[in-house]
Design a protein around this ligand. Structure first.
Ligand SMILES: [Zn+2]
Ligand SMILES: [Zn+2]
Length: 326
């Protein structure tokens, strides 16, 4: 696939660099951007230059999902190039009204910490960290956004790719699939060396329930498995050549983790924060939301299968085995 190039852009996050993909041709297209910071911008400019392009040459930016390492530089690229931004409808407000969307998420995560039973010190640490992260993205003009959805065609380097909506890791996540070579640009949906976190998100604007991220994620995994992918190009780490085996391994991992979490409730009801401490005893405070997303994702499934029940008192949720008293 001579028209598709991997650009490796540093991020300030523990996950390490993000793989952005450049499709050259008549309409140079960048898939994901890196965060809005000088190191990422310099790396992006330099790597584009090695393919004979400047930032101003980019015609389209595909944002696979509403996370900072994927969307952060979109505004900068649009400002310099006038590029169109293609992304799922679910990412509209994140992309075009970023500050407000970020504030909304901040309030949501503060509430998640409270309901999870995390000590107030954790909530106090959340503010400065989210304030720092807020600088890593900016809004693109609404007029530059073109929504794309499942099944839509996208021509890259003369080949027709299909949009594959795969919510879970993020509620608006899309992958891109090229059926002749069976290549999938898998974003954070499928990573070779780490499991994709089903990251908690607030309800979409106009909706009242938050997405059940892990429920969505598992359905999306099964959907991607049906594509019979030959090679996946992920947003972090190396390409994946044994997609089917990896999907099976991920599904088995989640089944085991469901059972493990269920067993932890045998001795009595627990909060998500307590379960997080059992599952990840060495978790750093700044990673608490990742840990809670993992735990709550599994509790959502256990609850929907009638295996646990959630009861709330004084604003804190506890989970107990279904049918057993506390
Ligand atoms: Zn992500
Ligand atoms: Zn990522």
């Amino acid at each position: 696939m001579t028209y598709l190039h991997t650009l490796t852009i540093p991020t300030p996050f523990p996950v390490g660099p993000v793989n952005c993909y450049l499709a050259d041709g008549d309409e140079p297209t960048l898939i994901d951007t890196g965060t809005n910071d000088p190191a990422a911008l310099a790396a992006l400019r330099e790597q584009l230059r090695s393919h004979g392009l400047a930032l101003a040459d980019i015609r389209r930016v595909v944002v696979t999902h509403a996370h900072l390492d994927h969307s952060g530089l979109a505004a900068r690229i649009v400002a310099e190039s006038g590029a169109r931004v293609l992304s799922h409808e679910r990412n509209r407000w994140w992309l075009t009204d970023f500050e407000r969307e970020w504030e909304r998420r901040y309030r949501f995560y503060a509430e998640v910490l409270r309901q999870s039973g995390a000590p107030p010190a954790f909530a106090e640490q959340l503010g400065p960290r989210l304030e720092w992260m807020k600088r890593l993205a900016a809004s693109v003009p609404l007029a530059s956004l073109t929504p794309i959805d499942d099944g839509d065609a996208l021509v890259l380097g003369g080949e027709t790719w299909r949009v594959v909506f795969a919510p879970g890791h993020a509620s608006g996540l899309i992958c891109l699939f090229e059926p002749h070579t069976r290549t999938l640009i898998s974003s954070d949906h499928l990573l070779r060396d780490i499991t994709s976190n089903p990251f908690l998100e607030p309800p979409a604007r106009g909706e009242s329930a938050r997405p059940r991220a892990l429920v969505q994620y598992i359905a999306s995994m099964q959907k991607v498995a049906r594509l019979n992918v030959r090679r996946a190009l992920p947003a972090h780490g190396e390409p994946i050549d044994d997609v089917r085996a990896l999907v099976d391994a991920r599904l088995a991992f989640h089944r085991q983790r469901l059972e493990y979490i269920e067993r932890q409730l045998d001795s009595g009801a627990r909060t998500a924060f307590e379960l997080c401490g059992i599952l990840f005893p060495n978790l750093k405070p700044q990673d608490l939301l990742l840990g809670l997303s993992e735990v709550i994702g599994h509790l959502d499934i256990l609850e929907s299968e009638g295996r646990v029940r959630r009861e709330e008192s004084d604003g804190v949720a506890r989970y107990a085995p279904f049918g057993k008293a506390r």
